[in-house]
Structures are given as C-alpha cells and as structure tokens.
Design a protein. Sequence first.
Length: 191
Amino acid sequence: MLYSGNIGRFQDFHTLLEGAERLRDHSTIRFEIAGDGARAIWLRNEARNRGLSNMVFRPYLRDAEYTQTLRRASLGLITLEPGMEALGVPSKTYNLLAAGLPLIAVLGPESDVARIIATHGVGYRVDHGDAEAFSRSIVEAAADPDRYSEMSLQAIEYVNREATLDVAVERYVEEIERAAMMGRAHVAAPS
C-alpha cells in the first residue's frame, strides 16, 4: 500500500498505525510512506516505537521514482482528519486512480472521495479510528484478485471519463457560464 505526499497535520495517521499493527504478521502486506511534512518525524518514531517493520519510509519521490512506486503498489491511501474533508479532494486521488490503484480512504462518508469510491467502485472507505475495517479492507483486496481487478479497471475508467483535463475545462466553462447567467439575472432584476 502506498501513501505519497504531505505527512502533515491534516491527515489521520492513527488509523494507519493501528491497522499496520494488526497486519504486522502478514508478510506480503507492506506500507510504503513517501513524503515529508510537519508530522513525518512523529510518524516515523511511532512506527519504530511500535516495531512496525511493515512500514517503510522514503523521502518525496521524483517523477520516475513515483511512477515506479505506483507500479509496485496495490492500494493507494487517502486520509484526512475530520473537518478537513470538505476542503476538496486531495490531488493524489487522481494520480492513484489513473495508475489503476484502488483506494483505501480514511475519511467520513460525506466527503467527495467517499462519494467517488461509493459511486464508482474504486476502493474502500473506512471511518476514522476503525483500524479493524482498515486492515480487513487491505486483506480483502489481497485475497480477492477478481474484485481487485474490477476496482482497478473502474479506477482507470473513472479517471478517463470524469477527471481528464478536457472534462475539467468543460466543467469550469459551465460553472463560469452559470455564474455569468446568475450575475446577469441579478443585474436585470428590479430592486
């Protein structure tokens, strides 16, 4: 499993740590954490203090290294602290999905990432602090290659259908046109 990016204050790493503890005896399950940030030292220390040899830490990855790491990974981790989920979709979501990596997302059910997962079948969403569901989802993904392949295919199809640059530009244009129409209607309305 791969987490790549900011190891900061807005991510929930407690569920990851507890899940890694539950999976420490699964020799084929490894957590690769690539990045840096305000909580990186704390996260490394927690993993070391808990004896989590199934967690490997790397610095931020250059483009070629990142591409190779995406090819090796089987799941992509998205995590946000409660209250941060309404701020948007972490950009890594699209990179992971474009690489065909199903997601495991530690965030609330009302977030945009949770909606993408539920609507398009591209991974698992677990509640904050639910290390049991987190670890169970990882084991399920490893144990059911047919379901994993379907989620992987759905991830690529979702990105190609919903998250290309052309689609994004089209949606921005629609929003700008809608705002302009509302502005004209507001100006034309009598006071």
